[in-house]
Design a protein around this ligand. Structure first.
Ligand SMILES: *Cc1c(COP(=O)(O)O)cnc(C)c1O
Length: 480
C-alpha cells in the first residue's frame, strides 16, 4: 500500500466540496438568484435607512459548514436590514451610485474565470480590457493618448496614486517637504488629506484658498498665494481642484486654475470622483472645460456610472511620474514583462487584484453609453425638481447647484435654527423612507441631497417630500 497515494486520495475526497458538480452549482445559483430577485423587487418600497446593529452570533465564523439557505437568511437579517441601503433609489445622502445589475454579472464572470489582471503577460485579454477602459476615459476627458491610468478600488486609492505621482515628479522629499506648498480648498474630500499623510507629506505647507459664495476656489487668491510663497522662498508644487465637491457639488473654475498651474509649473490635480461623469451631459459640458489641462484626474465609476462599490479610476499624463513609485520588477517576475504593454501593477500599489475592469466593460458594451447619459441627465432634473418641491413646502434651499448635490434647511421659528434642523435630521433618519445626510457650511447646519443613485426616480423625490412634511410636523411638536 502506498501511504502517500492514500493520503492524497483522502485529501481529494475531503476537499471535493470546493468544486461542486454542475447540478449542485445550479441549485446554489438558483438560491442566490431567487434572493437577488426578491431583493431587487423589495427595493421599490423598502426604507432607505434603518438604524440598528447586527446580531454577531449569527455572523460568527465557527469553522463548520452551514446550508446556503440559512446563510442567506442570516445575511438578510443581519446585513441587509440595518444601515443605509445603497442599492435603493432612496439613498440620497453622502454620494450614492446604486449598483447596476450588469456590473454584478461582470464581477461574477471575473470571479469564475479569475483572470489575472495585474500583468499583461498573465492575461493579455483582461489587461487589454482594463487598458481599453482607460483609453475610453482619456477620450471622455480629452486626455492625450500618451496618458496612463489605473482602475483602482475607489476614489481614495485613485487620489493616492495621483498625488504620489505629483510628489515624485517634483521630488518632494527630505528637507524639501517643509518648504513645499500645496494649494487646495477646504472643500476637498478628506481622502486628499489622508493621501498626503500616507505618502509622507504630512509636513508640507497647505494653503487653503478663499472660496466664493458657491464654495468654488477664487483664482485671484490662488495667484496671490503662489506669488507670496515664491517671494518667501518656498516651493509651490501642487494645486488641487474639485470637479464636484462632495459637500455641495461645486465645480472649481477648472480652466482658470489650469492656466495658473501651467504658468507656475505646478502639478494640477483634479478630483472628479463625484462629479466627473457629468461631463457626458450636454447641459454640463461647459463646466468641465479645462479639465483636460490637469496632470492627473480621478473619477469614480462606482458613483457617476452607477457601479457597485469597488471602482475608482485615475488618469495621469506623465507615465514616468507614476512609474517612479509603482513600477518595480523582481526576479520572480522576470517572465512577466511584455515590451510595449502597460501592466496595471506598474501603475498602482496593487499587484494581484480583482479583475474589476470587467464590471465596467460589460455594462458599457451591453448597453452602450446612452442609458448612462440619460440617467445622469435625469439626476440633474430630479435635483431641480426636489429643490422646487422643497421650496413649495416651506424649506429654504442653497444656491443653484452646479451638479446634483445641493442643500436645504427649514427656517425654524426662534433663534436656534441649527437645533431645529438637527432635530429634523434625526427625525428623517428615524423615518428612513428616504436617506439624507447633513453637513455644516460656515457654522450652519444644513441637510444635503446627493442625487446620483440610478434607481432614484421622480417617485422617490415625491416620497422624500412627503416624508419631510411629516418630519417637519413632528419636529415642530417637540421643538420648544
Ligand atoms: C467619494 C469621493 C472621494 C473618495 O472616493 P471613494 O471611492 O469613496 O474612495 C474622493 N473625492 C470625492 C470628490 C468624492 O466624492
Amino acid at each position: 500500500m502506498d501511504e502517500l497515494l492514500n493520503r492524497l486520495a483522502d485529501c481529494e475526497s475531503r476537499s471535493e466540496l470546493l468544486e461542486p458538480a454542475q447540478s449542485v452549482r445550479e441549485d446554489l445559483m438558483r438560491t442566490v438568484q431567487d434572493y437577488a430577485d426578491h431583493f431587487i423587487a423589495s427595493l421599490k418600497d423598502c426604507p432607505a435607512y434603518i438604524s440598528g446593529h447586527p446580531d454577531l452570533s449569527r455572523l460568527r465564523i465557527d469553522g463548520r459548514p452551514t446550508p446556503l439557505n440559512q446563510l442567506l437568511k442570516d445575511y438578510d437579517a443581519e446585513v441587509n436590514t440595518h444601515g443605509i441601503k445603497p442599492a435603493s433609489g432612496g439613498h440620497i445622502g453622502y454620494i450614492p451610485g446604486g449598483g447596476i445589475y450588469a456590473a454584478a454579472l461582470g464581477d461574477y464572470l471575473a470571479d469564475v474565470t479569475n483572470e489575472y489582471a495585474g500583468m499583461y503577460f498573465g492575461s493579455p485579454g483582461a489587461v487589454a480590457i482594463e487598458n481599453e477602459l482607460i483609453d475610453w476615459l482619456k477620450q471622455v476627458f480629452h486626455f492625450p493618448e500618451t496618458s496612463v491610468g489605473n482602475l483602482a478600488s475607489g476614489g481614495s486609492i485613485a487620489n493616492l496614486i495621483a498625488l504620489t505621482a505629483a510628489r515624485d515628479k517634483h521630488g518632494i522629499k527630505n528637507e524639501r517637504i517643509r518648504t513645499s506648498v500645496v494649494y487646495l480648498s477646504e472643500q476637498v474630500h478628506h481622502c486628499i488629506h489622508k493621501a498626503l499623510r500616507i505618502i509622507g507629506l504630512e509636513d508640507v505647507q497647505v494653503r487653503y484658498l478663499e472660496l466664493d459664495e458657491r464654495s468654488r476656489i477664487k483664482t485671484a487668491d490662488l495667484k496671490q498665494k503662489i506669488a507670496e510663497d515664491r517671494r518667501a522662498g518656498l516651493n509651490p508644487f501642487l494645486v488641487i481642484a474639485s470637479a464636484g465637491t462632495t459637500d455641495t457639488g461645486a465645480v472649481d473654475p477648472l480652466r482658470e486654475i489650469g492656466t495658473i498651474a501651467a504658468e507656475n509649473k505646478l502639478w494640477y490635480h483634479v478630483d472628479g470622483a463625484y462629479g466627473g461623469f457629468f461631463i457626458l451631459c450636454n447641459s454640463k459640458k461647459q463646466l468641465f472645460s479645462g479639465i483636460e489641462m490637469a496632470d492627473s484626474l480621478v473619477i469614480d465609476p462606482h458613483k457617476g456610472l452607477f457601479l457597485p462599490y469597488g471602482l475608482g479610476a485615475v488618469l495621469v499624463k506623465d507615465k514616468e511620474a507614476v512609474f517612479h513609485s509603482h513600477h518595480y520588477t523582481a526576479n520572480y517576475m522576470q517572465d512577466a514583462q511584455v515590451e510595449g504593454r502597460l501592466n496595471p501593477a506598474d501603475l498602482s500599489p496593487e499587484l494581484t487584484k480583482h479583475f474589476r475592469g470587467l464590471r465596467l466593460w460589460l455594462p458599457l458594451k451591453l448597453y452602450g453609453i446612452e442609458p448612462f447619459i440619460a440617467c445622469l441627465d435625469e439626476k440633474l432634473l430630479l435635483t431641480a425638481y426636489f429643490r422646487r418641491e422643497l421650496q413649495r413646502i416651506g424649506f429654504e434651499v442653497g444656491p443653484e447647484p452646479d451638479l446634483s448635490v445641493s442643500y436645504f434647511w427649514y427656517p425654524a421659528p426662534g433663534p436656534d435654527k441649527n437645533r431645529f434642523n438637527e432635530m429634523l435630521m434625526q427625525e428623517v433618519h428615524r423615518d428612513g423612507r428616504v436617506f439624507l445626510s447633513s453637513t455644516r457650511l460656515n457654522g450652519k447646519f444644513v441637510i444635503r441631497m446627493a442625487i446620483l443613485a440610478f434607481r432614484t426616480k421622480k417617485i422617490t423625490i415625491d416620497r422624500a417630500i412627503a416624508m419631510l412634511e411629516t418630519c417637519v410636523e413632528q419636529t415642530k411638536a417637540q421643538f420648544k
